[in-house]
Write a protein that binds this ligand. Structure first.
Ligand code: TRP
Length: 459
C-alpha cells in the first residue's frame, strides 16, 4: 500500500487537495445537489402524500443529516485516505478495531449500486435535452407529454445509449482527478441551476395552482404517514445529502486543515435543502394546474416540466437549458458516487486514476442494464420491492445509507476520543457539544428506531 504520511506527522492526501475552502464547499454541494433534489424529492414526496413526509424529511436532514455529515468530513480529514483505509486506520489509531473498514466497504458498494441506476435516470435527462431542443414539447398537451414519456421508457436502444454516454462522461472526469475536473464544473453549475429554478418558480407562481401546490407540500396530514414512508423520508435525507456511504468522507480527505467543518456542512445542507424545496414548489403547482397525478412516480419531473415549459414563450429554449443544467447536476453527483471506489482501488491496488475509473465505471455500466431493462423488457419481472430498479433504490437509500450513517455517527461519537474530534471541529464550544449530542445520541437512536420499525413492517 502507498504511504501518505508527511514528515511532520500530519497526513496528506495522495489525490491532491482542494485549492480553497470555497472549492470544497462547491464540490460537496455539487455532489449533494443532483437528481435527488429535482427528480427524486418531488416524486417521493408526491407518492407519500406531501406535507407530513416533507416535515419528517426536514427533521431528518437537520437532526440526523447534519451530525452525520460533520462526522464524515472529520473522519475523512483525519484519515486522509479512501473510506476503507481511513476507517481501518482510525479504528486502530483510536484503540478500537480495524474491522471498521467494513463500513468503508459498505459505502464503496452502495456508491456502485446507486450510480448504476442514477446513470440511467441521468441518461433520461440527456435525452430530454435533445427532445426539448428539437421542439418536441412546444404546445404539447399533458396527454401527449405523458405518452411521449411512456414511449421513451420502452425504447431500450435509446436508453442503453444515453446510459452509456452518461457513464463515459463520468469516467472521463473521474479519470482526470479531483481538482482539474470538478471545481470548474460545479462553480458554474450550482448558481446556474439556482437561477433557473427561480425563473421556473416565477412561472409556477403565475401560471400554476400555486396555493394547491404549497398546501400539498406543507400541510401535514399525519394519517398518511406509515413507518415505510418515515423510512423513505430518512433515506431521502441521506441520499440527497450524499451521506452514509463515505463519499463526503472521501472529499473530506482532500480538505485543508484550517477549514471549518461546521460552517461548510451548514452551507451545504442549506443549499441542498433549498433546491429540493424549490423543486417541489415548481413542480406541484404545475401538477395540480394540469390535472396530473402527484404520485406519478419516477416520471414526474419528466412529464410536468416539459409540459409547463412547452407552454411558455421561448419554451423550447428554457426547457433545453433546464435539462442541460440537470444533466450537469447529475454529472457532478455521479463523480462523487464513484470517488470512494476509485480512491480505494488507486490506494489499495496501486492503480492509476484512469485505470481505476475505467474498471469501476465499466462495472457500474454493466450493472446499469438491470435498471435500463426495469422500464421495458424486465418491467414485469418483479420481486420483493418491484423491478431491479426498485430493489436497488430500496436497498441503497433505505438500508445501506442509513446503516452506514449509523456506524459513522457511532464511530465519530463513541469510538473516536474527545480530543481527536474536538481537534477537527475546532474546540469544545457550543457547536461542538451540539454535534456530539447529535452523533452520540440523536442520529444513532433515530436511525435505529426508523430502521427497526420499517423493516419489521416490510418483512
Ligand atoms: N446526493 C445526490 C443527489 O441528490 C445523490 C447521491 C447519493 C450522491 N449519494 C451520493 C452523490 C454520494 C455523490 C456522492 O442527486
Amino acid at each position: 500500500m502507498l504511504s501518505n504520511q508527511a514528515g511532520d506527522g500530519k497526513r496528506t492526501s495522495l489525490h491532491g487537495h482542494w485549492s480553497s475552502k470555497m472549492a470544497f464547499i462547491l464540490a460537496v454541494t455539487g455532489s449533494a445537489v443532483g437528481l435527488g433534489n429535482i427528480w427524486k424529492f418531488p416524486y417521493v414526496a408526491g407518492e407519500n402524500g406531501g406535507g407530513a413526509f416533507v416535515l419528517v424529511y426536514l427533521a431528518c436532514v437537520i437532526a440526523i443529516g447534519m451530525p452525520v455529515m460533520m462526522s464524515e468530513i472529520l473522519i475523512g480529514r483525519r484519515g486522509r485516505r479512501n473510506p476503507v483505509s481511513t476507517m481501518e486506520l482510525l479504528g486502530k489509531e483510536e484503540g478500537s478495531s480495524k474491522n471498521w473498514r467494513y463500513v468503508g466497504m459498505l459505502g464503496v458498494i452502495a456508491g456502485v449500486f446507486i450510480l448504476s441506476y442514477y446513470s440511467v435516470i441521468a441518461g433520461w435527462t440527456l435525452s430530454y435535452i435533445v427532445k426539448s431542443a428539437t421542439g418536441t414539447f412546444v404546445g404539447a398537451t399533458a396527454t401527449q407529454v405523458v405518452a411521449d414519456h411512456e414511449a421513451f421508457k420502452l425504447n431500450v436502444g435509446m436508453m442503453s445509449f444515453v446510459h452509456t454516454l452518461f457513464m463515459s462522461l463520468t469516467v472521463f472526469v473521474v479519470a482526470r482527478g479531483v481538482e482539474r475536473g470538478l471545481e470548474q464544473a460545479v462553480r458554474f453549475m450550482v448558481p446556474a441551476l439556482l437561477t433557473m429554478m427561480i425563473v421556473l418558480l416565477g412561472y409556477s407562481i403565475t401560471s400554476g395552482s400555486f396555493g394547491a401546490g404549497v398546501e400539498f407540500l406543507f400541510t401535514p396530514d399525519f394519517s398518511k404517514l406509515t413507518w415505510g414512508s418515515v423510512l423513505e423520508a430518512m433515506g431521502q435525507a441521506f441520499f440527497t445529502l450524499s451521506i452514509g456511504m463515505g463519499a463526503i468522507m472521501a472529499y473530506g480527505a482532500y480538505l485543508p486543515e484550517e477549514t471549518s467543518i461546521t460552517g461548510a456542512s451548514a452551507t451545504v445542507v442549506a443549499a441542498d435543502t433549498s433546491i429540493a424545496i424549490l423543486a417541489g414548489l415548481v413542480i406541484f403547482p404545475l401538477v395540480f394546474a394540469n390535472g396530473l397525478q402527484p404520485d406519478a412516480g419516477p416520471g414526474l419531473v419528466f412529464q410536468t416540466l416539459p409540459l409547463a415549459l412547452g407552454q411558455m414563450p421561448g419554451g423550447a429554449f428554457f426547457s433545453t437549458i433546464f435539462f442541460i443544467l440537470l444533466s450537469f447536476a447529475a454529472w457532478t453527483s455521479a463523480i462523487g458516487l464513484m470517488e470512494p471506489a476509485v480512491a480505494w482501488l488507486v490506494e489499495h491496488y496501486e492503480r492509476t486514476r484512469a485505470q481505476a475509473a475505467l474498471i469501476i465505471g465499466g462495472t457500474i455500466w454493466l450493472l446499469g442494464f438491470g435498471s435500463v431493462f426495469s422500464w421495458n423488457i424486465w418491467k414485469d419481472k418483479t420481486f420483493f420491492q418491484g423491478t431491479v430498479f426498485d430493489n436497488l433504490d430500496f436497498l441503497t437509500n433505505q438500508i445501506m445509507l442509513p446503516t452506514g450513517g449509523l456506524f459513522i455517527a457511532v464511530f465519530a461519537g463513541w469510538v473516536m476520543c474527545r480530543n481527536s474530534t474536538a481537534d477537527e471541529l475546532g474546540g469544545a464550544g457550543l457547536s461542538y457539544k451540539a454535534w456530539r449530542f447529535g452523533a452520540r445520541v440523536i442520529a444513532p437512536i433515530g436511525i435505529a428506531i426508523v430502521l427497526f420499525f420499517a423493516i419489521k413492517n416490510v418483512v
